[in-house]
Write a protein that binds this ligand. Structure first.
Ligand code: SF4
Length: 292
């Protein structure tokens, strides 16, 4: 790997006088020994797989537990009724994030970027952007490289797994990746892109991983929506010229340190947080009774 930090990414972009996304593409070419075209086409296929998963959302489907399904459609109907409080783009982002999280819970094909639990964040931000702003697909693919590069740095220096870092590592990382990509799509400079990433991750620090009954459904699906909207607010702050007081690499390191001291009960064990509520216990009993 030719980069190991956000600083490396910025330095390589500046030293070689190439766009940030190209630094990440070149690293992919080197690592997988592929040509520029092969790398770009593979990233395009990844993006198209997200699009296909979004298109194939089925509002009738329910997860095996019965806890997930149909909420994406509710958001769609609310948006369609013209009652959207958050504006057209954010309304669409929320809808797509929940739909993708539900598709995952219903065992449909999704792109686990960075994980299956957080699979709704990046597609929601990106697909809604493409739909809303009518952007060429090549530019979306370029932004996908930005998300991939940020994700790789977080994975190397902290974690992208709820079991080791809590939900900050899953939804938080996804949000940071999406924020960086969105800032790029809106024409942000490299500095803007990494500030967006830093804001998004900062806003998610300390988030517990507490899936009810060990299922990636409650609270995961709706957290995708929160993570996606957080990406948009973070990108907008950075694009407006607001700067993070803490450097992006230090924010990532902070997430690692928080993950290290987070108790085991908040790291996907379903022994704490929302998973330890009376409501969660009732759901567990209900599921047990149904399986007997
Ligand atoms: S709560 Fe845990 S399982 Fe659910 S999305 Fe967050 S990290 Fe993943």
């Amino acid at each position: 790997m030719i980069y190991h930090s956000v600083n490396d990414l910025l330095r390589l972009s500046e030293e070689n006088n190439i766009a940030l996304w190209k630094v990440i593409m070149k690293a992919d070419m080197e690592e997988r020994q592929v040509t520029e075209e092969e790398s770009f086409e593979q990233m395009r296929q990844m993006y198209r797989a997200m699009k296909q998963a979004d298109t194939e959302y089925n509002k009738e489907l329910k997860s095996a537990s019965g806890l997930a399904g149909g909420d994406g459609e509710k958001l769609h109907l609310y948006n369609a009724a013209g009652r959207n409080l958050a504006g057209e783009y954010i309304g669409l982002v929320m809808e797509k994030a929940v739909k993708m999280g539900e598709s995952n819970a219903c065992m449909k094909r999704i792109v686990a970027a960075p994980t299956a639990g957080a699979c709704g964040v990046i597609p929601a931000v990106f697909l809604a952007y493409e739909e809303y702003c009518h952007i060429f697909e090549d530019r979306m693919v370029e932004a996908m490289y930005i998300t991939a590069g940020i994700g790789a740095v977080i994975a190397e220096n902290a974690s992208i797994a709820g079991a080791s870092g809590g939900c900050q590592a899953e939804i938080g990382s996804a949000s940071a990746m999406a924020a960086a990509g969105l800032a790029y799509l809106q024409g942000g400079s490299n500095e803007t892109v990494v500030n967006a990433m830093a804001f998004a991750l900062k806003n998610m620090l300390g988030l517990a991983c507490d899936p009810v009954c060990g299922l990636v459904e409650v609270p995961c699906i709706k957290r995708n929506s929160a993570g996606a909207v957080n990406a948009v607010t973070s990108a907008q702050m950075a694009l407006a010229g607001v700067k993070s007081a803490i450097s992006p690499d230090e924010v990532i390191d902070t997430m690692r340190r928080i993950g290290e001291v987070m108790p085991k009960c908040l790291k996907e064990t379903s022994e704490g947080g929302l998973a330890a509520t009376h409501a969660a216990e009732d759901i567990r009993k209900h599921l047990e009774n149904n399986s007997n």
